[in-house]
Design a protein around this ligand. Structure first.
Ligand code: SF4
Length: 448
């Protein structure tokens, strides 16, 4: 039966990217380029870079490419700002056929001049798109000349489509951020109980929720990469004594480079769900080795658990026994979601990611029940087939997965960047349960 399903739906080249927990001993193939001919759910390299950099609120973000690439903008990302809203603009050089033939460097230089004149900013990020990789515009040279001319930082983001997959875009964005960090500041004494918070993009204000928890336990956030971040705070990133990473897929490279360059250690945390939020706060207190902080963490956890547990119990009673399929961007989110669904009585029957890493898939494999389908870099056909095969009542994904669920008459939860309510921390655990209940128990499914 299993073989028949695979034959029906999976290209031979994709077979190593899909396993059934408990049935196959093979290592899941991941972190590779997509198979040509499969309609990957992954976004492009430039999109990966944009995810990471766009939340820098006081920067000019200039997309060097055709106008279509610039449609990927703040409007489909829910990252919020406490100050500047310059980042909400999607500036583009709007490359046309003539520029493709004769080169777009002059047009890019003019666009930077015009933007800097209209919007005083200390940094411009210039994103390379696919066509820039084809025509070979020298972004480095144009950005350097513009930086000299305007005496601000103009940083190229090498995110043209041929650099790899979405993960290459994450790295391109991290390389751009590394250029921004003030190297002299590496010598500055690191502040006590201060950390950088990596891999949270302040969707629906999530960075603010976590900052409040950390403040309550006596920890300062030096800068968040990059949710609600600003030029100057990013420049001073070396003032922190540790980096904590929420979205490892996008930020592990950054953390590793900062460890190499500035001797700043790092560790992974996750503020998704009760269990992981609690464990992460404790992990931070243990790192700082501060008794007061540890007791503050216990007080906070006790207070919040007492506050949210009755609500979660209400949802648990109504959701018990339902089955969820998960297909999200990164591995850390997938791991937390398995635990979070258990907290409300839901089993995960299919789980996959766009950019999960080997060690994340190993953790997923340890967490899920036998028979769960685990797949990397899936295409719509595979997702639909395995959802039906496993009898999923709910799909968790992003904008590209939503229609797949609705076509099958299955409930859907948006856990991507265009949502408008926070899913982090204790408050987020309740929001997720509420959203799951609202969609899963909607009367609409009776009419499908
Ligand atoms: S043209 Fe290339 S860079 Fe632009 S959106 Fe499409 S894949 Fe991404």
């Amino acid at each position: 039966m299993r073989e028949a399903v695979l034959q029906d739906t999976v290209f031979q080249e994709r077979e190593d990217s899909i396993i059934t927990k408990g049935k196959q001993k093979k290592q899941l193939k991941c972190d590779t380029d997509s198979v040509a001919g499969c309609v990957s759910q992954r976004a492009c390299v430039y999109c990966g870079a944009r995810v990471v950099l766009n939340p820098v609120t006081d920067a000019i973000h200039l997309v060097h490419g055709p106008i279509g690439c610039a449609s990927y903008t703040w409007d489909i990302r829910g990252s919020l700002s406490s100050g500047s809203d310059l980042y909400r603009n999607s500036f583009s050089t709007d490359l046309k056929e003539q520029d493709v033939i004769f080169g777009g460097e002059k047009k890019l230089a003019r666009a930077i001049d015009e933007l800097v004149e209209k919007h005083p900013a200390k940094v411009v990020f210039v994103y390379a798109t696919c066509i820039v990789g084809v025509i070979g515009d020298d972004l480095e040279a144009v950005c350097k000349a513009a930086a000299d001319k305007h005496q601000i930082e103009v940083i190229p983001v090498q995110s043209s489509g041929f650099a790899g997959n979405k993960s290459a875009g994450y790295r391109a964005a991290c390389d751009a951020l590394l250029r921004l960090i003030q190297r002299d500041n590496a010598k500055v004494a690191q502040k006590k109980n201060t950390l950088n918070y990596l891999g949270d993009f302040n969707l629906a204000g999530e960075v603010w929720i976590i900052k409040n928890y950390l403040k309550e336990i006596g920890v300062n956030v030096n800068v968040a990469f990059t949710g609600d971040s600003k030029y100057q705070a990013l420049k001073n990133a070396t003032h922190a004594s540790v980096n904590i990473i929420q979205c490892a897929g996008s930020m592990i490279y950054m953390a590793e480079r900062m460890k190499e360059l500035y001797k700043i250690p790092y560790f992974n945390i996750s503020f998704l769900g009760l269990q992981d939020t609690t464990a992460s706060l404790r992990k931070i207190a243990v790192f700082f080795g501060d008794e007061d902080m540890m007791s503050q963490v216990e007080k906070l956890v006790q207070r919040e658990t007492v506050r949210v547990e009755p609500e979660l119990e209400w949802y648990r009673q109504r959701l018990q026994g339902k089955k969820a399929a998960i297909y999200v961007g990164g591995g850390f989110k997938a791991i937390s979601l398995v635990k979070q669904f258990r907290e409300i009585g839901i089993d995960v029957v299919m789980i996959g990611t766009q950019t999960g890493r080997k060690e994340e898939y190993e953790t997923i494999n340890d967490l899920v029940d036998d028979g769960t389908i685990i797949l990397d870099d899936a295409n719509p056909t595979e997702l639909e087939k395995f959802m039906v095969d496993k009898g999923a009542h709910l799909l968790v994904g992003g904008v590209k997965e939503r229609p797949l669920a609705y076509k099958l008459g299955v409930a859907f939860i948006d856990h991507n960047h265009d949502r408008k309510h926070p899913l982090s921390g204790f408050v987020g655990a309740v929001n997720l349960a509420k959203e799951v209940y609202t969609t899963l128990c909607s009367p609409v499914w009776k009419y499908v």
